[in-house]
Design a protein around this ligand. Sequence first.
Ligand code: BTN
Ligand code: 3PY
Ligand code: ZN
Length: 633
Amino acid sequence: AFVENLLKHPTFLNNEYHTKFIDQTPELFDFKKRRDRATKILTYLADITVNGHPETDGRPKPAADVKDPKPPALRVETPPPGTRTLLDEKGPQAVADWMAAQKQLLITDTTMRDGHQSLLATRMRSIDMIRVAPTYAANLPQLFSVECWGGATFDVAYRFLQECPWQRLRDLRAAMPNVMTQMLLRASNGVGYTNYPDNVVQAFVKQAAATGVDVFRVFDSLNWVENMRVAMDAVIAADKVCEGTICYTGDILNPDRAKYDLKYYVAMGKDLKAAGAHVLGLKDMAGLLKPAAARVLIKALKDEIGLPIHFHTHDTSGIAGATILAAAEAGVDAADAAMDALSGNTSQPTLGSIVEALARTDRDTGLDIAAIREISNYWETVRGHYAAFETGQQAPASEVYLHEMPGGQFTNLKAQARSLGLEERWHEVAQTYADVNQMFGDIVKVTPSSKVVGDMALMMVSQNLTRAQVEDPKTDVAFPDSVIDMLRGNLGQPPGGWPDGILKKVLKSEKPNTDRPGKSLPPVDLEKVRAEVSAELDGKDIDDEDLNGYLMYPKVFMDYMGRHRTYGPVRTLPTKNFFYGMHPGDEISVEIDPGKTLEIRLQAIGETNEEGDVKVFFELNGQPRNIRVPNRM
Ligand code: BTN
Ligand code: 3PY
Ligand code: ZN
């Protein structure tokens, strides 16, 4: 009967499994479905048990006594109404009006996006988020939003975690129906590193809104409002909250950095308001805004723009908590913070401490500190499982005011430097990063422009090139591709354009494009691409989420699909087994569908035979199952 149902099912073509098809099609027969997916998961577990996971190989291991994370109990049965309720009932302008009318400092929790992006190389898995999401909905319904999507989380999910990012979003949305979800969108660069055609950006925003994003923080990596309109318009058309965002760089109180002065930011804020932003985002991606400057900047933006302001910063310097308090005093409407256990250093400031600092003041956040502590304790346990991705950063550092690296890039660049054998020369890399910034005319550095500056700095340090040598018309320099691409105009234009000297040096006689890059990119024929992807995957049905995943990251998406075919829904495995497999005698429960659980016990690992294969002996729901995998060790 299963096979009959299967063959009759319209979306099931060529006896092949679609990413979400089996997972989302409960009408198929349980027995066969379970067996097939179970075999795939056992194959994955056997492979990881024998060969280890490539991502954790050679990295620090979790402590032997690390516990399984247990989400805190729900304090109420039904999630109380929250910001999402307001958005659904009255729309995005009502949310903005409500924000502006509030006395309390509204808080966004960034743990599920920027927190682990900045501390754990973006490697947090969906299961660890989805399990605690109902606790957020029940116990912290006063949160302004939960940032849980976008930025680097999109490609890392496919690339390294063998998960569908859309499914993560859908599951989080369902588990937190009352609080707004929030994503970080790199405007025309989507959630990638390059400018996409306008219709790809539009399709992506539409899908993100449909799957579950409520607040879109839209920024441009050169602060070019012209290049933000397509994305902002798409958010507005979807009836979601458009947070048009200023990226903060330099120091408004330092006359030597006059390019980014108060006037510059106020003018940009006005442009964003004119472009239709409901909320003004102030994104301090490196954590450069000092408390005294925050007072001046927030007051000016509040007085002159007339939009509610949402402030985001990083604690790389150790002083960002003070900046949030100063911003709160100056009237900022909302601020970002990460749950204590995933806060500090390159992450956001500490959520619980901000709540405590403002308790019983007129900016009291209204959040329950006991609920916060419980949730943070959960995250503390979760973090213990990601020891392999800890960067070992020991202390905050004022050096951030020299290099101005975004919190999300800092640890990444350090790892890149290490892999090039430049770890010992890290402070030189930091100085060179600052030199490259000046060479490019002092630009905003945030994904993707920050990656370009990082590429150039690493190249200069590894080849012992100084800024003067690079700029000298008489020396020949082979510039990184990303630098050539940026100066061609493919990321857009910085304020005042690129400096002539470096432009000529990099492009020689080639003419740069100073128009909006999307203007000259032809629209993608979406249905043609869908058909091509489907054909390449043996006729698999490609839904809109898959199509948008492919359009952002064609190769990453196809590789993910290939692995999914072999390993099945490995997102359902506990994190410790996903990264480390099992030990003989271990027993785990894996819920592959709501209420459908596999009981898996690893009995023994056999000898390696002449073909180099190992037999791994499991018990699946009490029945013996043997899986052969290659021993690649
Ligand atoms: C990746 O790092 O490419 C994604 C993780 C999944 C890769 C699987 S894990 C089991 C098998 N062994 C490998 O070396 N790759 C696959
Ligand atoms: C991203 O684009 O991923 C960022 O976090 C930028 O700060
Ligand atoms: Zn950030």
